[in-house]
Design a protein around this ligand. Sequence first.
Ligand code: NAD
Length: 386
Amino acid sequence: RGGSSPPFPTNIVYKEISIMTYKIAVLQGDGVGPEVTSESIKCLKAVSKKFNHVFDIEFGLIGGVAIDSTGNPLPKETEILCEKSDAILFGAVGGPKWDNENFNIRPEGGILAIRKKLKTFANLRPVKVFPSLINSSPIKPKYIRGVDILIVRELTGGLYFAKPKKRWNTARGKRGVDTLKYTEKEIERILDVGFKLAQQRQKKLTSVDKFNVLESSRLWREVAVKIGRDYPDVELEHILVDNMAMKLISQPKSFDVIVSENTFGDIISDEAAIISSSLGMLPSASISHLKTNNTSKSKSQLPFLYEPIHGSAPDIAGQNKANPIGSILSLAMMLNLSFGLYNESQAIERSVNKILSQGFRTSDIATNQKETISTSQMGDLISSNI
Ligand code: NAD
């Protein structure tokens, strides 16, 4: 080459390759929270390896462990961590150690506060039955085969949040009050989410209320009827919450999307877990809006929060017994809803399905208690099959 050529070709433009980094805050919390989220993190690492994504994970304190180290169930550092993250994976909070009368320093105050802060007013709880678990549910197979329900629970209003909320002493003994209050706007926005999701599914929306007794429910039903006029393609059905409690397990296949007040939704989704066989199976996503192509930048900056629907299960905490599938499926929801990684989310669901169909069971879903596997074994199997 005559010795005059530069050591490297000069006509090549080196393009900067931008690799998307997804920042995830992990708030493990108390009881079984750290155990189940650890298994989700194994799955996240498997997804990262298989699909070549970068997930930047940072841990934050919440709940009882946060009270122990800072005196606050939601320390400022955790709030800041959540606000700068793209999504949040949450475990569970609470336990007998922190049971006391002052609600503001109870672990549950931490999760209620972060939901409020992130404006995650809609909690999506899909209820499905994995075919291989059809005999693990106490409900007869003919009632639950093929069930596919989406519960949309209002999450930042209603009985859990409205004021007054207090306890006090009177000359005639102690008193306590909680308030069930909703504004028209709060009801409109949750119904709107319910109708939009129903449009993407079987086009049926069941609105749960207690119309015959509660004023807030009368308003709820009035607003549901009004909003329903904008969605003529969706069949709207109203049901009283007590009737819902019965129909959910006697005719679960008759439901598509169910929309409900905060407390009602909390209760009926624990009941719905029995259709799936265990509370440990159900995931959830708490969202502040439905993402569309027109979602504004400021809205899209609010991270969504993903968590199994169960609590901290103090009765089995620390025993490597908890079912991690609710948390793992919550991670799958995160990949799809927050990051648009549909194939990655499906890879997790397929792996869960495969491991269950091979007969592996944690004790909550086992029909034979002698042949159970631990939390970490279930996580190992699911993550290594992604
Ligand atoms: P829980 O959901 O913790 O447990 C109810 C039952 O389900 C228990 O028998 C438990 O062993 C079982 N269970 C729960 N998760 C399981 C899993 N992954 N695998 C196998 N079995 C599982 O409800 P609880 O006992 O009423 O409440 C315990 C604590 O959790 C309380 O302090 C409560 O306030 C708190 N809690 C927190 C949240 C949350 O953090 N989002 C939700 C509900 C309850």
